[in-house]
Design a binder for this molecule. Structure first.
Ligand SMILES: [Zn+2]
Length: 113
């Protein structure tokens, strides 16, 4: 494992960061990191982004982006363009049908990333 994306700052989505950081880079929206600082959480992400970022793994792009406030003000969605697959964290529970309409592509949901 080389990268971990915190889809938001709550402990059930970021609480394992201290265990991941010695072996992987943790990526989160900048607001998620700021929320973690305010909450005195351990394992702060070392990589943050504002609107979107990409990681290239063996020539395959993995996109991480923020769609605005959802479950928190620092939610992330992960998109695998080659697979046309999204992992939306808990965004799906907050935005429900509007998220699917905005993306307008087939959606596969992963609730824990
Ligand atoms: Zn949460």
């Amino acid at each position: 494992m080389r990268y971990v994306v915190n889809t938001h700052h709550h402990g059930d989505h970021s609480g394992s960061n201290p265990g991941f950081l010695p072996i992987a880079e943790v990526i989160a929206h900048k607001n998620a990191r700021e929320n973690m600082i305010r909450g005195n959480q351990d394992g702060l992400p070392r990589v943050v982004y504002n609107n979107e970022t990409s990681v290239f793994l063996g020539g395959i792009e993995v996109q991480v982006f923020h769609l605005g406030r959802g479950h928190t003000n620092g939610d992330s969605v992960v998109y695998f363009p080659d697979l046309k697959t999204y992992t939306v964290g808990i965004y799906f529970m907050e935005l429900r049908h509007s998220l699917i309409m905005v993306m307008a592509e087939p959606v596969v949901v992963g609730l824990a990333l």
